[in-house]
Design a protein around this ligand. Structure first.
Ligand SMILES: Nc1ncnc2c1ncn2[C@@H]1O[C@H](COP(=O)(O)OP(=O)(O)OP(=O)(O)O)[C@@H](O)[C@H]1O
Ligand SMILES: [Mg+2]
Length: 314
């Protein structure tokens, strides 16, 4: 449930973080509406976690400003920490404590009164599908369970906004799907979610996406909008075998802007499908590659990101 009229839940203006001479986050600006799922994407080391830590009031910016739920990240850092949930990239769970003890520990940090702790614990256990596992030692849980417990700990105080820093790294597809159902539920109940991920299928489900590269926000918009505006060229889906020699041969063709493996075939980006498809076909034939089919396809988010990264590194 996105609230259009209320002030944005997150307002970031020119946020910058330097570590010595190195600029990890550079002049980043964006807004997140209340109840929105904002996907924060970018390759490893691009500055996602650093940005999140500034927005959580855990790291002070070098310059720029930001507010979270109306609180200034420098002046009101303490208020932010009490009013938001944060699931860090390494789930901050105590492995030797039980499920219940982890929840109680976080409830204690937020100073919930005993009656509220009891209620919230039940709510969270139900939400996370952890009822009956209260006494399990956390270290013995599978990654999928731990992930849901970590989310539960981040939500124990019913925050209006939650930062999830790569919450689904290393978990299986079913657990990922279940976890995303929880994220939708949060959004529907009005909670604002900022989530980082490397999975493009997850990114497709965000209301808005910010793409950060080398500390700079290089694209911002809805998935549909990014697909319309950020793709350089048109895409051909090429079904052929063998794949690796095909990729090698295609990459050398001047008309090809970009080529990459995609599922069981290749995605080949060219300037003009009508003009360049025969060129691609001939190059494959010369390399003794058997071509099953060449079909134009609409870009997926993954294609957009490859295209953006390519454009930046050129
Ligand atoms: N405390 C620090 N001191 C020096 N450099 C740092 C510090 N924290 C982060 N960096 C550097 O800042 C850059 C951005 O790091 P950050 O962790 O924000 O990236 P990320 O986008 O979260 O990457 P990943 O996808 O791998 O989690 C990296 O080059 C990292 O090495
Ligand atoms: Mg990170």
């Amino acid at each position: 449930m996105i609230t259009q009229s209320a002030p944005a839940a997150i307002i970031v203006e020119g946020l910058t973080k330097r570590f010595g001479n190195f600029t990890a986050v550079e002049d980043v600006s964006f807004q997140v509406r209340r109840g929105e799922i904002f996907g924060f994407l970018g390759p490893n080391g691009s500055g996602k976690s650093t940005t999140i830590r500034m927005l959580c009031g855990l790291l002070s910016p070098t310059s720029g400003r930001a507010s979270v739920l109306g609180y200034d990240i420098v002046r009101d850092a303490e208020a932010i920490r009490l009013n938001i949930g944060y699931m860090s990239q390494k789930f901050s769970l105590y492995e030797d404590l039980t499920v219940e003890e982890n929840l109680e520990f976080y409830a204690g940090i937020y100073q919930l009164p005993p009656r509220r702790i009891k209620e919230r614990k039940q709510d969270i256990l139900a939400m996370a599908g952890l009822l009956g596992r209260e006494k399990s030692i956390t270290g013995t849980l599978s990654t999928g369970w731990k992930q849901r417990l970590a989310l539960g700990c981040a939500l124990i105080h019913e925050p209006g906004l939650v930062f999830l820093d790569e919450p689904t790294g290393g978990v299986d597809p079913v657990s990922r799907r279940n976890f995303w159902d929880l994220i939708y539920d949060l959004s529907r109940s009005g909670v604002t979610v900022l989530v980082t991920t490397h999975y493009m299928d997850e990114a497709e489900h965000c209301h808005t996406i910010g793409f950060i590269y080398n500390g700079k926000m290089i694209a911002l918009g809805t998935p549909e909008n990014l697909k319309k505006t950020k793709m350089r060229g048109q895409i051909l889906q090429v079904e052929c075998a063998p794949l690796l020699p095909a990729l090698e041969a295609i990459k050398d063709v001047p008309e090809v802007i970009e080529a990459a493996m995609h599922g069981a075939g290749l995605h080949v980006v060219v300037e003009d499908i009508a003009r360049d498809t025969p060129v691609v076909r001939q190059a494959l034939k010369r390399a003794n590659v058997r071509v099953e089919a060449i079909t134009p396809v609409e870009p997926a988010l993954e294609d957009i990101f490859v295209s953006l990264v390519e454009a930046q590194s050129r």
